[in-house]
Design a protein around this ligand. Structure first.
Ligand code: MN
Ligand code: MN
Length: 456
């Protein structure tokens, strides 16, 4: 008569338990590699190619598609689509859409300056960050720089054991009387997020000797000059790998669970899809954290164009594209809030997700009176409920915090605009948007089983 949540840990068979620990190890390796959207995209496509996915360009050259074909689209190295052809693309797709961008600090176009015998880099934060969390921790730099003649140089410093790391200063507590009186949001402001790049001066150099010395090093190690920063994309992220947390190793802390945990689990799921009835798709989008704009964000039409290209191979036009989207079902795979016993006041205990109780279905997100939300249809939720019950997927329901406490959105509404059925489903995360976030391995496993059941 009464509904009770299932704890995923208690619902595991021996074989499932084995799969869970293996999945967690592979996820940590993925997350430790995929420190930026570019690196995540690279890792996703590397694994996809290994599993037999072929580029859209290659498919178009061949000029035909058949059920079971595995196809990928690489959108400018920052976003991608993986697709396994079903019987009839026009009849709709089953889509799991996640995002691979994560809040971070980007370098400004003119970042480098010297003061007080220190060479520092100016940053501009990306997405929603609590600025004070980024001080006094080891940091890494990743990204791409183009030289004067257009040569691409990949930069990645701070992850290897013997790499140097980078650092943002905070104020010593001894002189923090004024800072400590400020609101938490004012304690460290954006223009104070300056990253230490170097300190040793160039010998006998009168003018800006430290800046000159670090530029000498960059020239020598990477072949780049100061002007190259103007057109570069360089990102500051926490240094180091994802780690097990807890004496029982039941949780994982790492940079960017939001939303690379959805990317990883849906990737793991689609790898195991052979010949689906309906076309199975995974989306790995960029720019979700800043509103999904730009030609790598979900508002862009690259995915629609891909479907149009594929349908055109069977002589089908625009109407077939629209039919395909309108008949599609989408899981907007994004993380959500997890009940935190230290901060119970922001969530409502009867409608918040709990760690370990599986992937979270959020019927709606949004703020205030569900503003900006995709409110999923009961008919679609009922179909999913039956599917998950049949496939023994452990899942729970959850709202993003108390009503009027705040809120958020995902890419859900964008595909709903094309007529598809869409619901938000993702892993509950602790310390979301902190440099290092925390999840349960049970919820990682549950997400994988849910996405797999859906894509099959
Ligand atoms: Mn997210
Ligand atoms: Mn987010």
């Amino acid at each position: 008569m009464f509904y009770e949540k299932t704890n995923q840990w208690n619902a595991l068979t021996q074989a499932q338990e084995k799969r869970l620990w293996k999945l967690a190890e592979d996820y940590k390796a993925f997350l430790s590699r995929a420190k930026t959207e570019r690196l995540a995209n690279e890792e996703i496509l590397r694994r996809a190619e290994e599993a037999g996915f072929v580029s859209l360009d290659e498919i178009l050259k061949r000029g035909k598609i058949s059920p079971g074909d595995k196809i990928y689209l690489n959108q400018k190295g920052k976003a991608s689509v993986l697709l396994v052809m079903g019987k009839d693309l026009e009849e709709g797709m089953d889509i799991v859409g996640s995002h691979i961008d994560v809040p971070r600090l980007d370098l400004k176009p003119m970042p480098l300056y010297e003061e007080g015998n220190l060479a520092l880099l100016k940053t501009h934060y990306y997405g929603g960050v609590k600025k004070y969390q980024w001080t006094a921790i080891p940091l890494a730099i990743h990204g791409v720089v183009f030289t004067k003649d257009g040569q691409r140089v990949d930069i990645s410093i701070g992850e290897k054991e013997d790499d140097p790391v980078f650092y943002i200063n905070d104020l010593l507590i001894h002189l923090s009387a004024d800072q400590m009186k400020k609101a938490l949001s004012e304690g460290i402001h954006a223009e104070q997020l300056n990253v230490l790049l170097g300190h040793r001066p160039k010998k006998d150099e009168k003018e800006l000797p430290v800046k000159k010395a670090v530029l000498d090093i960059l020239k020598k190690t990477h072949g780049i000059i100061e002007e190259d920063f103007l057109t570069a994309e360089l990102e500051i992220v926490p240094a180091g790998a994802a780690r097990d947390v807890g004496i029982d190793r039941a949780m994982i802390c790492g940079h960017g669970h939001d939303d690379r945990v959805s990317a990883y689990t849906s990737l793991a799921a689609i790898m195991e899809i052979k010949k689906p009835e309906r076309t199975a798709v995974c989306l790995f989008a960029d720019k979700e954290e800043v509103g999904s704009m730009g030609n790598t964000g979900m508002e862009s039409r690259y995915f629609e164009n891909m479907i149009a290209e594929l349908l055109a191979l069977s002589g089908k036009g625009e109407l077939a594209v629209r039919r395909s989207f309108a008949a599609s079902r989408v899981i907007s795979a994004d993380v959500t809030v997890c009940f935190d016993p230290t901060f119970p006041e922001v969530t409502e205990k009867y409608n918040v997700a709990n760690a370990g109780c599986g992937i979270v279905m959020s019927k709606y997100t949004g703020v205030r009176g569900k503003a900006g939300s995709n409110d999923a249809n009961a008919e679609f939720l009922s179909d999913l409920r039956q599917l998950f019950s049949k496939k023994k997927v452990v899942w729970q329901s959850g709202e993003l915090g108390k009503v009027d406490q705040g809120g958020g959105g995902t890419i859900a509404f964008i595909l709903a605009n094309l007529g598809a059925e869409v619901v938000d489903m993702g892993v509950p995360v602790l310390s979301m948007h902190a440099p290092m976030e925390l999840i349960s391995k049970a919820d990682l496993y549950s997400a994988y089983t849910a996405y797999k059941a859906f894509l099959e």
